[in-house]
Design a binder for this molecule. Sequence first.
Ligand code: KQY
Length: 370
Amino acid sequence: MRILNSIPKNDGFHMPAEYEKHYGCIIIWPERADSWQYGAVMARKAFTEVAKAISGSEKVTVLTSAEGYDTARELLPENIRVIEMSSNDSWARDYAPTFLKDNKGNIRGADWYFNAWGGLDDGLYFPWDKDNKMARKICDLYDIDVYNIQDFVLEGGSIHSDGEGTVLTTEECLLSAGRNPKMTKREIEKKLKNSLGADKIIWLKRGLYNDETNGHIDNICAFTSPGEVVLAWSDDKNDPQNEISKECYNILSNETDAKGRKLKIHKLPQPHPIYMTKQECDGLIHFNGQPTRTEHERLSASYINFYISNDAVIMPGFNDKNDKKAKEILENIFIGRKVIQIYARDILIGGGNIHCITQQIPIFYRNPTC
Ligand code: KQY
C-alpha cells in the first residue's frame, strides 16, 4: 500500500456507481451499548441477515473488535470472513474507504477525515479516532493504495455517484458547521470533483426529516442507473417529509447530469413515521450521562437506505404497510436483481440502515494479497 497525496481526478481515478460490479463488501460488527440496544443482540442478528444476503454474490468481510469476535464467528457463516480491527462503532459506509477506480481496472481508496458526523459542534460521539483510522487500515488489509484526504471531513453516506461523472449530495450535510466550515460551497464542490473524479455535483438542499447525520444523501435519494434516481416520497401534508421530498423533486427535475441527461425520478413511498419505544430506550446505555435516544423520538426510517449487490438489492423493512409497495417499486426498477427485504428496525435504532452499515469494494483486476 502507498499513501498518496496527489489528486485522484488527475490520476485518472473516479468513484464508480454502486450498481457496477463489486468484488466484495465490508461490514463492521455492532457492539456499542449506547448505539445498539440490549447488548446489540438484535442488531447482530439483523447485521448477520444483511451479510448473508450480500454474500450470495460477493465476498463479505466483517470487521470486529476482539470482544466481538466470538459472537461474529458464531453467527456468521463460514463463507464470510471475520477479521479483528478496532473501531468506535459500526458504520462502514461512512468510514471504510470510498473506493475509486481507473479505466484499467485498478482501484484505490479515499481516506477522508471522519469526525462522527459533526465533531465537537454536533457530532454524535467522542472519540472517533479508531473509526477515522479504518479507511487506511482497510486499504492496508487489501494492499490497495490510499489517497490521504484527511484535510477534508466527509462520510461515504453523504455522496452517491452515477459512475459517469455525476455526484449527488446535500447542502444540509456538506455545508454544516461541523464538517468543513472554513470552505465555501464552491471550494467544497471543487474538492469533491477532484477527489471523486466527477464533473457535476447535484446539490439537494435537505436530507430526510430528523436524520441525525445532517441529512445524508443515502437516506433520501440514490442513483439506480445512469440518468435515473429513486427519491424518498411522502404524500402526507402533515408530515414535514412531504415538503422536503417536493423540494428535492423540484431540484432533480430541473437538473441535468454530467452527460447532459434529464433525470428520471422514481418516487419511493416512505414508511409511516416510526418512533422509539420506552422499552427500546431502556436497552441503551447513556453516553456522557445523556440518553442517545428518547421515548417517542422519530427515527429516520427510509426504504432508500438499500445496498445494491451484484445480484440483489438488500432493502430495509419495518413491518409497515408500505413495505410491500416499496419492494415492488424497487423490483420494477432493478430488473435482473432480486430484491431482498430484511426487517431492519434494530439497525434503524442505531441511526442508519443497510446502506450505512455496508461499503462495496469494486471488482479489481488483481487478487487481494490478504
Ligand atoms: O450513516 C449513518 N446514517 C449512521 C449514523 C449513525 C449515527 C450514530 N448513532
